[in-house]
Ligand binder design. Structure first.
Ligand code: GRF
Length: 195
């Protein structure tokens, strides 16, 4: 299975998936890292591992549709089977989502369907969870469809919200959970593909 990861930041999820593919081992290979930011940590890591990179943003094109078509073309040229969104901070064009039905996953740092949606990203999610007095939070790996954060849930895992948690402390606890969850979710997807 040929995997593309979409990243925008440090790429800690990308790195944990990369490591787990080697350790488990999973019958899959990350062959492409795509990002809207050419200098981010994820792209640096890809370069270090000799993984192909694609730096693509809407600004490089005259229209959104040309951007979307170019993204689909790059993925098809690389013969990508599965796309993993891992800290990707842009909306994936519908044309790209449609090209990978049941083959595009995203990780969200909360227990969807709660605390999802456009405004719920980064530290805001964790502030909202604490403000709501939740006793637990967690991470969710879901299939990506054309409705933001609404795709079918593949796997999720809870972590406690503890007395005195700041959004930063909770974010770190959830991120550590993500690093375990995403590889397990990928393993589940690959197993389901074989069945
Ligand atoms: C983190 O906020 C994580 O919860 C979310 O994306 C952000 C960056 O993740 N999935 P990464 O370190 O770039 O994987």
């Amino acid at each position: 299975t040929r995997i593309a990861v979409f990243c925008s930041g440090g790429g800690s999820n990308f790195k944990s998936i990369y490591r787990s593919i080697a350790e488990k081992p999973l019958n899959a290979e990350i062959v492409l890292c795509l990002s809207n930011r050419s200098q981010c940590g994820a792209m640096e890591f890809a370069h270090e591992q000799g993984i192909a990179t694609v730096h693509i943003t809407e600004k490089q094109f005259d229209s959104f549709d040309e951007f979307a078509d170019a993204m689909v073309t790059r993925l098809k040229d690389a013969q990508i089977d599965v796309v993993l969104l891992a800290g990707y901070m842009r909306k994936v064009p519908d044309a790209v989502v449609r090209a990978f039905p049941e083959r595009m996953l995203n990780i969200h740092p909360a227990l969807l369907p709660k605390f999802g949606g456009e405004g719920m990203y980064g530290i805001h999610v964790h502030s909202a969870v604490i403000a709501a007095g939740e006793k637990e939070s967690g991470a969710t790996v879901h299939f990506v469809n054309e409705e933001y954060d609404k795709g079918k849930i593949l796997l999720q895992r809870a972590v406690p919200v503890l007395q005195g948690d700041t959004p930063e402390i909770l974010a770190a606890r959830v991120l550590a959970c993500e690093h375990q969850l995403y590889p397990d979710a990928l393993e589940k997807l690959l197993a389901e593909q074989r069945s």
